[in-house]
Design a protein around this ligand. Structure first.
Ligand code: SF4
Length: 346
């Protein structure tokens, strides 16, 4: 890096003091509010978290209140945020906080790492930003910022990750305020040093940035090589009976575990109506294909083929329920299931 560590950290901290976005978990910061925001923000856009954050905390204001909740209550408050495994991890972590830490979120990195769903990044973030400890953090935004500062064009592999954590640790050692430095690096990466077209002219580190000096900002860091996604076909059958719609619950593990949806047949290829009728329990009448939706997830692409049926007489399977208020707390829906129901006219 072209500048000494102390000069970099001072520039980031000063910039953050002036440019930090006003976000609810920054204004009123408690360890529990911070931990909830960390879980919600993983792989989810800030705008989506903003809609869900305060209602979730109103319902679960403490670790103990979440620990005492049922999984269905939790999932109903998590609807729309996706990645439901995080919600279950937060649930488990809340129980650990109650059982092992007397109901108070620990703020040292070693204790935080014992909580379900808390890895090195989340532990470092909580310990530094809330606890004030000298712990480094590297997320996608920090990784990009540090790679460009050093013009590190290596492949995005374990060796690169190790270098980034070492650089983050060196910076946090030189910092005047570890929490402000870490939050500032994430904010700078998110709002100025973005993946495409970074705003170098507005960057407080421009004169210390190796990639900028070399004219290689667009080439660094190297793009990640992504693994191939598996493809799944879901055939959702939306059927109404007066003001009610038929729902089934997904299995308790795997994709969208324990969430609710219109009765669905899954396969590795698209099925026509005749094949669907053979696989469905008897009783569906006038099955009509309406629309296909696609959801791209981290490891798979899901094509959802939405069908409607005029009725489902007599033959519904065990566990299916007629629900009049599909947003009711007892039947949380993934955003994909909600979209399928809407496409089917519910
Ligand atoms: S000068 Fe540009 S590339 Fe370098 S850190 Fe700043 S925004 Fe990123």
């Amino acid at each position: 890096m072209r500048w000494e560590h102390r000069r970099i950290t001072a520039a980031i901290e000063q910039w953050f003091t002036l440019h930090a976005r006003s976000l609810p978990w920054r204004g009123h910061r408690t360890p529990w509010r911070a931990l909830v925001s960390e879980f919600m923000l993983q792989q989810t856009q800030v705008s989506r978290v903003l809609e869900r954050y305060e209602p979730f905390l109103e319902r679960f204001p403490t670790p103990a209140s979440l620990a005492a909740a049922t999984e269905q209550e939790l999932l109903s408050m998590w609807q729309g945020l996706g990645y439901y495994r995080r919600a279950r991890s937060l649930h488990k972590a809340s129980m650990q906080i109650v059982e092992q830490f007397g109901g108070d979120v620990p703020l040292d990195a070693a204790s935080l790492r014992k909580l379900a769903g808390v890895g090195r990044y989340t532990a470092g973030s909580m310990a530094s930003i809330v606890g004030g400890h000298r712990e480094p953090i590297v997320d996608g935004n920090v990784n990009r910022l540090l790679a460009r500062l050093a013009c590190d064009d290596g492949p995005q592999d374990a060796s690169m990750a190790r270098r980034m954590w070492e650089r983050a640790a060196a910076l946090v050692e030189a910092s005047g305020d570890p929490g402000m430095l870490n939050e500032g690096m994430m904010e700078l990466g998110a709002t100025v040093c973005g993946p495409a077209s970074p705003s170098c002219d507005a960057c407080p580190l421009r004169d210390g940035c190796e990639a900028f000096a070399a004219g290689r900002v667009g080439e660094v860091p190297q793009p990640k090589t992504s693994g191939r996604r598996t493809v799944m076909h879901q055939h959702a059958i939306v059927v109404r009976q007066g003001s009610q719609v038929l729902l089934e619950q997904r299995p308790s593990s795997g994709l969208w575990a324990s969430m609710w949806q219109a009765p669905t047949i899954e396969s590795d290829r698209e099925l026509d109506v005749d094949e669907l009728l053979r696989r469905l329990p008897a009783g569906f009448e006038d099955l009509t294909r309406v629309e296909s939706l696609t959801r791209t997830l981290t490891h798979r692409t899901v094509h959802i083929h939405v069908h409607t049926a005029a009725t489902c007489v007599g033959g519904q399977a065990e566990g299916w329920v007629w629900v009049s208020d599909r947003d009711g707390p007892g039947h949380p829906l993934s955003s994909a299931a909600r979209a399928a129901l809407q496409a089917g006219g519910s």
